[in-house]
Write a protein that binds this ligand. Structure first.
Ligand code: P6P
Length: 336
C-alpha cells in the first residue's frame, strides 16, 4: 500500500523543497485545517447537537444567520487568535475585521473566510463548506484595518476550502498546484488523496441559478441559450446543468470533473455587481481554479486582478473550465 501523506507532511515538504511556506504560514494552514475538522464534527452532529436552524441574528449582508454560521465563525476565530501567526481576520459574518487581542502575539498574515458557505442548505442536509484566503499584512502596517485587506486576489499566499459532504475534504493551494485531503474521522487526520487537481479545459456541464434567467443581462441570456441549444446550436454539443446553491459544492464538482460556475450580476439590483463576495469567496476560489488550469473572470476581467474598494464588496463570477469561461467572457465583449 502506498505510504499515505498527511497534511503536515505535505506542508513540510512544500516548505523544505520549495521554500513556499514559511513556518508561520504552515502553522496557520494547519490551524485552519484543525478548525475545519471541528466544524465538520459540528455539521455532522446536526440536530443531535441542537445546532440547526436560525441564530436569531443577521450578518452585515442582511442575511439571516444560522446557528452553525455563528458557531463556525467562532470556531475559526478561537482557533486562530492565539497562535501568533495572524495580524487580523475578516469574515462574511463580521461587519469589521477582528484584530488579534493584545494578550496574544501578532503575526504577519491576514486570514479571510466565509465560515460556512451555502448555509441555506444546512437544514436540508446538503453539502456546505468553509472558504478561506491568506494575505500578507502590508509592509509598514502595524495596526491592521479594513484597508489592509483590500488587496487584489493575485496577492493571496494561500487559499482553500473544506467541503462537508459525504466525506469531508480540504482543498488547498499555496501557489504550486492544488491538493485535496480527505478527513479520516476515526483518527482526525487529513490524508492527501489527490495531488495536482486539474480542471479539463472543455466541459459539457454548467452551473447557474436558472430561476434568475429573466433578470440576466443580454450576454448571459445569449450564452445560456446557446448552451441549451445543444448539439443543434452554435456550440455543437449537448450540455448538462447542475446547481447545488452551495458554491463550495459546485466548485468542488468543477475542480473534480470540469464545468463552468456562474453567478452573474442581474437587473434585480442594478447597482449590485453580483451576489458573491470578492475577498472571501471569489478570490480564494479563483486562485484555486487558476492553479488547477481553469479561469475566473467577472465577465470582463480576471477576478484576481480586481482591486477591492470594500471588505464585503460583491462581484460577478464566471469560473471553471478555461474554454467555456473564455467563451462567456467573449460574449461580454470583455478581455479573457
Ligand atoms: P442562490 C450561498 O448562499 C451562496 O452564497 C453560494 O454558496 C451559492 O453559490 C449561492 O449563494 C446560491 O445563491 O441565489 O441560488 O440561492
Amino acid at each position: 500500500m502506498n505510504k499515505q501523506i498527511s497534511l503536515t507532511q505535505y506542508l513540510v515538504e512544500k516548505q523544505r523543497e520549495k521554500n513556499l511556506i514559511p513556518a508561520e504560514l504552515r502553522l496557520l494552514l494547519e490551524v485552519v485545517a484543525r478548525a475545519c475538522k471541528r466544524i465538520s464534527y459540528g455539521v455532522g452532529k446536526g440536530d443531535l447537537a441542537g445546532i440547526l436552524g436560525e441564530a436569531g441574528s443577521e450578518n452585515i449582508q442582511g442575511e439571516v444567520q444560522k446557528k452553525l454560521d455563528v458557531i463556525a465563525n467562532e470556531t475559526l476565530l478561537e482557533a486562530n487568535e492565539w497562535g501568533g501567526h495572524l495580524a487580523a481576520m475578516a469574515s462574511e459574518e463580521m461587519d469589521h475585521p477582528y484584530t488579534i487581542p493584545n494578550r496574544y502575539p501578532k503575526g504577519e498574515f491576514l486570514l479571510l473566510f466565509d465560515p460556512l458557505d451555502g448555509s441555506s442548505n444546512i437544514d436540508v442536509n446538503v453539502s456546505i463548506g468553509t472558504i478561506f484566503s491568506v494575505l500578507r499584512l502590508p509592509e509598514g502596517v502595524h495596526v491592521p484595518e479594513e484597508q489592509s485587506f483590500l488587496q487584489t486576489g493575485s496577492h493571496q499566499l494561500a487559499a482553500g476550502y473544506a467541503v462537508y459532504g459525504p466525506s469531508t475534504l480540504l482543498v488547498l493551494t499555496v501557489g504550486d498546484g492544488v491538493a485535496c485531503f480527505t478527513l479520516d474521522r476515526e483518527t482526525g487526520s487529513w490524508w492527501l488523496t489527490t495531488d495536482g487537481m486539474k480542471i479539463p479545459h472543455d466541459t459539457k456541464e454548467y452551473a447557474i441559478n436558472a430561476s434568475n434567467a429573466r433578470h440576466w443581462h443580454e450576454p448571459v441570456k445569449r450564452y445560456v441559450a446557446d448552451l441549451n441549444a445543444g448539439r443543434d446550436g452554435p456550440l455543437g454539443k449537448d450540455y448538462n446543468m447542475r446547481w447545488v446553491a452551495s458554491m463550495v459544492a459546485d466548485i468542488h464538482r468543477i475542480m473534480t470533473r470540469g464545468g463552468i460556475f456562474m453567478y452573474p450580476a442581474d437587473s434585480r439590483e442594478p447597482g449590485k455587481p453580483g451576489k458573491l463576495r470578492l475577498l472571501y469567496e471569489a478570490n480564494p476560489m479563483g486562485f484555486l481554479v487558476e492553479q488547477a488550469g481553469g479561469m475566473a473572470t467577472n465577465g470582463h476581467e480576471r477576478i484576481l486582478d480586481i482591486q477591492p474598494a470594500a471588505l464585503h464588496e460583491r462581484v460577478a463570477v464566471f469560473m471553471g473550465s478555461r474554454n467555456e469561461v473564455e467563451r462567456v467572457t467573449g460574449y461580454h465583449g470583455g478581455e479573457s
